[in-house]
Design a protein around this ligand. Structure first.
Ligand code: IVH
Length: 608
């Protein structure tokens, strides 16, 4: 699952069309049209239906691997457990003037349907859930998006069920005869999904896109959901496909975001937070203020230079801005409203958590704590580690408790936790303790890039970790890399190279890595999508195989991206015929589907 690039102005949108036009022919540019829809602020999910039955639901995850959240999604009313019957779907589409698609579906059925959409919560339900949270003594959710994400990535489907979520479908991935994105929306509706169709619009040019966007900018309050902009997509699917993907986003679609939401309030105080790399960030403590439907009491001031640039003092009236899911920030101070009682902000000379000296390398804007054992660093590092290992259900609150109780000292200890260790903790019942232990154990295998990112090496973010993994291919090689070797890698400059080099020369870090391996963490090869040569090919097996068990053969096909089904139909590409084949062989012959011997099958696997 991809994501979208952002545009913030009409100029950005014009540039986008200009960029994509360079990749198109004159005829294509002439008929370029768009489909626009509200950009919902929730969590992206994918739903797979086999023979009309909801089979797998997943989150976006890192775009390649998501999390299986089928059981949780089943509790959401607007996720149909079963699609409407082929006849009903076809009738609906015919009524909508889509006879060709109706015929296609009648002819081909609905064997596999893959749909994407956004899990969201209405503004009204958001408030209801938050009220309940408060009653339970839990902290309220900051925004509808956090709530949706937190409810779906839950170990206990019962909790998901209570959160009153909705799923709005916006993308049809499987092919059912559609030629445009507009038609996909119609099909989604006919299949029985909840859609936003009545708020969407076909636009024949950018001018109409601008009108649509301006309409929603003025009228967004009329929608039951939070939206943070509109999504504009090239309507013709063939052109959309042709435009391809750059980075993690398709060229043929863009998020045209609404401008930053702002509000004014009073800066009551400034606290200094210490991050996992020891970075000290000034956080503005604000008189509570509502921005775009959520109340905020904190905003970032980024760093010392920013405080100077804004010229802001404690007691000032300030403008605070927030764009979608971005952390709110102080964007402006209003000195003309001063009373004379305002105080200068004192940036600390020592770490506010452990009292050690702070240092700021020349050319950097950020002060850092110099104490490697600073507790703030360790706790934050824990949060980072757990997030990268993607351990479901292990949030900061539980980590805090585990640390406070002395149950764990470093993240490697997590993997040795047993049910019985958790039970004495408040609010852990047998089931949730067991689920958490299982969740931790299920994350022991991790691709190299994620492992490197999880180490929390300063200046090594997700992408750099990816580059390092691609370059060195093994942790051993990375560990032993020399400075010049590191600097040779594209996108890695001297500063980053230094911090990687230093990291692997620190005895404590090496010990920690060793400990991780000892408790069973295993670096595994990432199954790259390029390594899926059988993608799109469907296999059926009939009769006994000689060289391997049927199950093993199926596994091999799936590993290479192919699909295995039980019954022979028109969409099947190969029928593998073993000893004493059954009726499937006849059916394959009747439908004219290619049959292959076991040897030919093995050749296909080998070639790949
Ligand atoms: S189309 C290639 N349509 O926005 C991705 N996305 O910023 C195609 N989103 O991950 C997405 N409403 O979760 C699309 N009507 C809509 C959307 C929408 C919300 C989310 C989606 C996506 C994110 C990208």
């Amino acid at each position: 699952m991809l994501s979208l690039n952002d545009a913030f102005s009409e100029k950005d949108m014009e540039n986008w069309v200009e960029r994509i036009s360079k990749l198109l022919t004159k005829e294509e540019i002439e008929k370029l049209d768009f489909f626009c829809e509200p950009k919902l602020d929730g969590l992206a999910i994918e739903l797979i239906y086999r023979d009309g039955i909801f089979t797998i639901g997943s989150t976006r995850g890192d775009g390649i691997y998501g999390e299986n959240v089928t059981e949780n999604l089943k509790t959401i009313e607007s996720v149909p457990l079963r699609l409407r019957e082929v006849e009903e779907v076809a009738q609906d589409l015919e009524r909508e003037g889509e006879k060709e698609i109706a015929d296609f579906i009648k002819e081909n059925g609905l064997k596999e349907v893959v749909v994407r959409g956004e899990a969201i919560i209405t503004k009204k339900n958001f408030e209801l859930v938050n009220k309940e949270q408060e009653k339970l003594g839990e902290s309220p959710f900051a925004n509808p998006r956090n709530l949706a994400a937190g409810s779906i990535r839950q170990l206990d489907p019962k909790i998901t069920a209570k959160r009153r979520l909705d799923v709005s479908a916006y993308d049809l991935v499987s092919f059912h005869g559609q030629k445009t994105h507009e038609q996909e929306h119609k099909i989604l509706h006919a299949l029985g999904f909840k859609t936003n169709n009545k708020y969407c619009r076909y636009c024949k040019n950018l001018q109409e896109v601008f009108e649509y966007r301006n309409y929603w900018l003025k009228n967004r309050e009329k929608l039951p959901y939070e939206i943070d902009g509109i999504v504009v997509q090239v309507n013709d699917n063939r052109i959309f496909q042709k435009l391809g993907v750059v980075g993690k986003a398709p060229r043929g679609a863009i998020a045209f975001k609404f401008p930053l939401k702002q509000a004014t309030t009073i800066l009551k105080d400034v606290k200094f937070q210490v991050g996992r790399t020891g970075a000290v960030t000034p956080v503005a403590i604000l008189e509570p203020v509502e921005i775009g439907g959520v109340t905020i009491t904190r905003a970032t001031l980024h760093n010392e230079d920013m405080i100077k640039k804004l010229g802001v003092k404690i007691g000032d009236t300030v403008v605070v801005g927030r764009a979608g899911d971005v952390i709110p920030e102080v964007v402006q101070a209003l000195p003309e409203l001063r009373t004379g009682k305002e105080k200068e902000i004192q940036f600390p000379k020592e770490c506010p958590v452990c009292g050690s000296k702070l240092e700021k390398p020349i050319g950097e804007a950020i002060w850092r704590c110099t104490n490697p054992k600073c507790p703030a660093k360790e706790r934050r590092y824990f949060y980072h580690f757990v997030k990268v290992f993607d351990i479901v259900g292990l949030g900061p609150k539980i980590i805090d408790r585990l640390l406070d109780e002395g149950l764990i000292e470093d993240p490697a200890d997590l993997f040795t936790l047993k049910e019985g260790d958790l039970l004495p903790l408040e609010r852990f019942a047998e089931k949730s303790a067991k689920n958490l232990v299982n969740a931790i154990q299920s994350r022991k295998e991790i691709p190299l890039a994620r492992f490197i990112y999880a180490l929390g090496i300063r200046n090594v973010g997700e992408e750099t970790a990816e580059d390092l993994a691609n370059h060195f291919k093994s942790l051993e090689k990375l560990k032993n890399a020399t400075l010049p070797q590191l600097q040779m890698i594209r996108d890695i400059g001297p500063v980053v190279a230094q911090s990687i080099y230093r990291f692997f020369r620190d005895e404590r870090n090496l010990k920690f890595i060793e400990k991780l391996m000892k408790v069973g963490v295993k670096i595994v090869e990432e199954k790259k999508p390029e390594k899926q040569p059988l993608k799109g090919l469907i296999f059926v097996f009939t009769g006994g195989l000689e060289s391997m068990a049927r199950e093993e053969a199926k596994k091999k096909v799936k590993e290479l991206g192919g699909e295995v089904t039980e019954s022979v139909s028109k969409r099947v590409n190969y029928v593998v015929v073993g000893k004493n084949p059954g009726s499937k062989l006849e059916k394959a012959k009747k439908l004219g589907i290619k049959t292959i011997t076991e040897k030919e099958f093995l050749d296909i696997l080998k070639k790949e």
